[in-house]
Design a binder for this molecule. Structure first.
Ligand code: 5GP
Ligand code: ZN
Length: 113
């Protein structure tokens, strides 16, 4: 996906504050943070959204959770708590169509309901 901003971040073609990288996953700080810790965790391979997941993506998506857990520890928010969010399509507020998980923490979160 040559015009995808997160593909460009994964490839290092546009600047980002990376906090984690391996052969499958990249994590970097959100440019417009909604909490003291706001990290985006993305698969290196382009997937538009959860709607485009295939069964073979399950280990990769599981890995997003593992990286989130590690980063929460590292950020010092694991004990207090953190929120993992995956917006899917415009109605949920998805603005970048490269699957990503938000890791949010460092402040009290309001209940969803
Ligand atoms: P969504 O609304 O799609 O769930 O989340 C997209 C997130 O990407 C937003 O929180 C937005 O601030 C962040 N974002 C958009 N463009 C960039 C960018 O170029 N760099 C970084 N680090 N974050 C971005
Ligand atoms: Zn992409």
């Amino acid at each position: 996906m040559s015009d995808c901003i997160f593909c460009k971040i994964v490839k290092g073609e546009i600047p980002s504050t990376n906090v984690y990288k391996d052969e499958q996953v990249t994590a970097f700080r959100d440019i417009n943070p909604a909490a003291p810790t706001h990290i985006l965790i993305v698969p290196n391979r382009h997937i538009d959204s959860v709607n485009m997941m295939i069964p073979e993506d399950e280990p990769l998506v599981g890995r997003l959770f593992s990286v989130a857990r590690q980063l929460a520890e590292k950020e010092g928010i694991a004990e207090d708590g953190y929120r993992l969010v995956v917006n899917t399509n415009a109605g949920a507020g998805q603005t970048v169509f490269h699957l990503h998980m938000h890791l949010l923490g460092g402040r009290q979160m309001r209940a969803l309901g």
